[in-house]
Design a protein around this ligand. Structure first.
Ligand SMILES: CC(C)(COP(=O)(O)OP(=O)(O)OC[C@H]1O[C@@H](n2cnc3c(N)ncnc32)[C@H](O)[C@@H]1OP(=O)(O)O)[C@@H](O)C(=O)NCCC(=O)NCCS
Length: 294
């Protein structure tokens, strides 16, 4: 990937990296509003993952940044969130880059952001490297009581069962490339990202051949993840799984449903349009920069 180059910068003495248990409990009070952690135990677990770091201003712990590992065992770090003014953000980002170097990260990426939201990142040498398109759909009429028809080709739908997660991860890595496929932590995070969530899988014999994750928070539905085994693609399975989650979301109070995908993912974009989604016109980007100090 072609991403922004690193440049060395002097460390800011006011910027700290959470180390002690006491600092963790102070920062928990600050970061819980970011909805990144289900509760204090998952916040604690984050630090044990090898790469999970919270960076903050010693003089003002309400200014903070959360740095994690994009994928278990990988060398890409992700800035999950920053809450700080522009100047403070720059100081936090400089320390995040140093921290990334200490952790042997090769690069840092952001979550999807607009250019306006990315001002501090751009100043810190980040550049756009993946474009995301956001689709929305308003739910007009009340949903029918029964879900849409069964899946094609003898493929059977069901809810997630304990013990399925390994198969879902394997399926996910068949559906998505190295960059976009999930590790178990991110998959678990996505599966619980909303107030109420559904996790639907499609099976052919003993094999998992498709899956969909969706959730609803405060009347907004989110189609979080959709994947169909490449050997089963193009036969209506993706459409059927997505249609089931749309039904589920509207039955669970969603009046507006959002989904996003990488802008150049033509099959997914076509599928969402076919289902009635409209492009919002809001573009988001993942921004990235290299970490190694030159
Ligand atoms: C996107 C994806 C879920 C579609 O699943 P699928 O089972 O192949 O899709 P379907 O057979 O149900 O096709 C539904 C619609 O999608 C579109 N579509 C599917 N495959 C397509 C392709 N290769 N090229 C263009 N459009 C395609 C078509 O519009 C199709 O509708 P139509 O047949 O009425 O024209 C599947 O391709 C996939 O898992 N891709 C990799 C993971 C991914 O990109 N997930 C979504 C990203 S958020």
């Amino acid at each position: 990937m072609t991403i922004g180059q690193a440049h060395a910068a002097a460390p800011d003495p006011d910027v700290k990296i959470v180390a002690s248990r006491r600092e963790r409990s102070i920062l928990w009070r600050e970061v819980k509003s970011a909805n990144l952690f289900a509760g204090p135990p998952s916040f604690q677990e984050f630090f044990a993952l090898g790469g999970g770091s919270v960076i903050y201003l010693g003089s003002d712990p309400s200014s903070w940044l959360i740095l994690g590992r994009w994928k278990e065992g990988g060398r890409v770090g992700i800035i999950w969130a920053i809450r700080a003014g522009e100047e403070e953000s720059s100081a936090l980002l400089r320390t995040a880059v140093d921290r990334g170097a200490d952790l042997d990260f090769s690069s840092l990426i952001t979550r999807p952001l607009s250019f306006t939201q990315a001002t501090a990142y751009l100043a810190a040498g980040f550049e756009p490297f993946r474009e995301i398109t956001i689709f929305e759909m308003r739910v007009g009429t009340p949903p029918p009581e029964k879900p849409p028809r069964v899946l094609p080709l003898g493929v059977k739908p069901r809810g997630l069962r304990p013990g399925d997660m390994g198969k879902v991860l394997a399926l996910d890595s068949r559906c998505f490339d190295d960059f976009w496929s999930l590790d178990r932590y991110t998959l678990a995070g996505i599966a619980h990202a909303a107030d109420i969530n559904t996790f639907r899988v499609a099976t052919a014999g003993a094999m998992l051949v498709g899956y969909a994750i969706a959730g609803v928070t405060a009347g907004r539905g989110y189609l979080q993840r959709l994947g169909v085994d490449p050997a089963y693609q193009g036969r209506g399975l993706g459409k059927a799984l997505a249609a089931w989650t749309l039904w589920w979301m509207s039955r669970n109070g969603a009046s507006l449903i959002t989904v996003n995908t990488q802008t150049d993912n033509e099959p997914a974009s076509r599928l969402y349009r076919r289902l009635g989604f409209r492009q919002t016109g809001v573009e988001r980007f993942l921004f990235a920069r290299e970490v190694s100090v030159t």
